[in-house]
Write a protein that binds this ligand. Sequence first.
Ligand SMILES: [Zn+2]
Length: 85
Amino acid sequence: MALKPCKVCGTLNAEGVDTCLSCGHDPEASKRPAIFRYVAIAVAVSLTMPIVLGLFNWILWQLKPKSPQPQPSRVSWVANEIPDR
Ligand SMILES: [Zn+2]
């Protein structure tokens, strides 16, 4: 009986098995399912979005010219923590 390496995890499996004994995927499948990549991207975006938005908000606050227009009291949660200049 020949052994074939799983294309997902590399574990040697008997030829003809439907699922890898180690990772449970199809040994003949190519790489991981595509859904994993989209899930990873979604998780990464959801984790970095608050940071990016917060940084963007902070930059806008820093670049904001001294306008004579009175700003509403609740600009943003970031702006409230910076004292007036
Ligand atoms: Zn495997």
